[in-house]
Structures are given as structure tokens and as C-alpha cells.
Design a protein around this ligand. Sequence first.
Ligand code: GAR
Length: 210
Amino acid sequence: MKKIAVLVSGGGTNLQALIDAQERGEIHGGKITLVVASKPDAYALERAKAHGIPTQVVARRDYADVAAYTKAMTAVLQNAGADLVVYAGFMTILDEQIVKAFPYRMMNVHPSLIPAFCGKGFYGLRVHEEVLRRGVKLTGATVHFVTEVCDGGPIIAQKSVAVENNDTPELLQKRVMEQAEWVILPQAVSLFCEGRITVKNERAYIDDNK
Ligand code: GAR
């Protein structure tokens, strides 16, 4: 059984989608064993506690810089014996130390179809504001491996969502979560835990034959 650690910063609806999938028996070969928050008041912590999942807070404000924070976070995840680290609405920057410690063993969910509307400065509601400003007709969500390049790692799963005329950033964010993020994140986590994802030449391939 692979040990899954989930990193959170806020509301934790993606964490909830993972917990719900786990309780439905849809995370094959893995179990959420730890939830780590970058803020002590992250509501995601309550969601974990309500389901008996151990939690820890590694608060960004307790560390002088990104390097010290990354070192502390890496140590927590290594001590927990994490096989997979999932960034589920984790909004705090970590440096390459953690990528070296968990190569192709960390995944992130991003609320757009990468490589559109991603990279530095594109997070949370801001992504959807830009999508509406640019007027694209299709958006969606992406799950990808975390590498040194912000939102640039191998893509594991994507799902599109149509933009509607009367969308606001908030409405669009909600629809992208419901129709895409909460669907593909548990799927990607399960595929990883089943050993069905391989990375070759910086591309991720899903084994459909298991
Ligand atoms: C989600 O939409 C997630 O994709 C996004 O923040 C939201 C967190 O919601 N993440 C990013 O923008 C990362 N670049 P949640 O806390 O309810 O899961």
C-alpha cells in the first residue's frame, strides 16, 4: 500500500475529493496517511481530522526563507515515509530540494489546461479571471508531476470544461473543480499507486492494460 501525503493551504475541496474517492474504494493500492498544511487555519485540516487522517502544520511564516521551509517540509514527508506527495491547492513555493527528494513522486492539480494560463502568478481565482479576460471557449484542469519548472512537469491527466457567456471567475472556478479537478485528481493518484504511470523523455504515459 503506497503512502500518500497531501499538501494543502486552504479550503481543501480537492483533498475532500481524494478522501471521498478513498472511501468509495477508488484509490487502488494507496492510502492517505498524512495531510500537511502551510497555514494553521487551513480548513482542509478539519476535513482530514473529520476522517481520522493524521495532520501536521508546517507554517511558512515560521521559516526565514524558501530554502529553510523546503528543508523542513521535505523532512516531514520523508519521516512520514511518503511514497506520493499530492499538492492539492497547495499555494506555497518550495524549491528544487524537494523535487530531488521525490523525483516524479509529487503531483499537482492546476485549474487550467496547461500550458495555457499557468506558471508564476497563475493560481486560484486568478487563473479563471485571465481565462475570462482572454475569452477562450474551453478551459479545464491538469494533473502533472512537479518538477523544478513551475507547472511545467509531465502531464498525467487533463479534462476540459466549456466557458459560458455568463461565467464569473467564481462560477467558472466552481465548475472547473466539480467537472474536472475533483474527477481527474483521484484518478491520477490511483493510477500512480497502481504503478501505471511511467515517465520517458519528460512525458508521462498511462498503462491502459492493467
Ligand atoms: C484549486 O482550484 C486548485 O486547482 C488551485 O487552487 C484551488 C484550491 O482549492 N490550485 C492552484 O491554483 C495551484 N497553482 P481547494 O483548496 O478547495 O482544493
